[in-house]
Design a protein around this ligand. Structure first.
Ligand code: ADP
Length: 241
């Protein structure tokens, strides 16, 4: 049995009077590749914030990994660095600061780890390029490298494929498969693109404030969960890799 990295035990969270996360119970294991889906406002982002430790539950318990063992890639819209004259390597080094603390000088070891992370996403040769000179897909890989630089066990990606064309999307999922294999990472990916995500992941969490589905994508597709959530007539196909 693989180890649980994160466990939610009857977790409830509310910003005000209404529960946004309501009695949620699940765990993330070492080899999981989880898709987190649900309509807008269903509590996905709140669940991620609880997972990372940016929020604490109103009731229930969460056991989490220490901070540097979780790599978080936020939504593209919240990545303001694109405008600044900052190099790819500098962005990735920020991931080392998370691991080693803000007031410690970065060493050649940190630089080596940052370069390894850039290599893992296939962008070592662009380390000195300015981030803003890179394509959207390449920029996204730099942010993944930043998350990898702290050598996490769990990688969390919030809506990573928004605005990404189909070819880059395919490359993106190939990169995730490679990272899972080579770095033995568990991955949680939040996506609106349910049809794509059910093809790629091996476990689904479907939120509607409560956890309405937790299981394999095949059953989600074959059962009527998907139709209930996303309307009749939608086709979902799952491929085993
Ligand atoms: P999702 O990511 O699935 O769209 P969220 O977790 O962002 O859902 O939001 C769930 C609900 O919580 C929504 O109704 C949203 O309006 C509310 N909400 C989110 N963030 C806050 C906040 N900081 N303060 C108050 N309400 C919030």
């Amino acid at each position: 049995m693989s180890k649980a990295l994160v466990t939610f035990d009857h977790v409830v969270f509310s910003y005000g009077s209404e529960n946004v996360v309501d009695d949620v119970l699940f765990s993330i294991k070492e080899d999981d590749f989880i898709g987190l889906i649900g309509q807008n406002g269903s509590g996905k982002t709140t669940l991620l914030k609880l997972m990372i430790g940016l929020l604490e539950p109103s009731s229930g318990r969460i056991s989490r990994l220490t901070k540097h063992l979780v790599g978080y890639v936020p939504q593209k819209s919240s990545q303001t660095e694109q405008q600044f004259p900052i190099t790819c390597e500098e962005i990735v080094l920020q991931g080392r600061v998370v691991q080693r603390g803000l007031f410690r000088m970065l060493t050649s070891h940190d630089r080596k780890k940052a370069q390894e992370a850039l290599d893992a996403v296939g962008l070592l040769d662009r380390k000195d390029a300015l981030l803003r000179e890179l394509s959207g897909g390449q920029q996204q890989r730099v942010f993944i490298a930043r998350a990898l630089a702290s050598e996490p066990k769990l990688l969390i990606l919030d809506e990573p494929t928004v605005g990404v064309d189909e070819a880059s999307q395919e490359e993106f999922y190939m990169l995730l498969a490679l990272l899972r294999r080579e770095k033995k990472l568990a991955i949680v990916i939040v996506s609106h693109d349910v049809e794509v995500v059910v093809r790629e992941v091996n476990s689904l969490l479907c939120m509607n404030r409560k956890l309405v589905y937790h299981g394999n994508p095949e059953q989600f597709v074959e059962g009527n969960y998907a139709q209930q959530m996303y309307g009749k007539g939608r086709k979902f196909i799952h491929h085993n890799h």
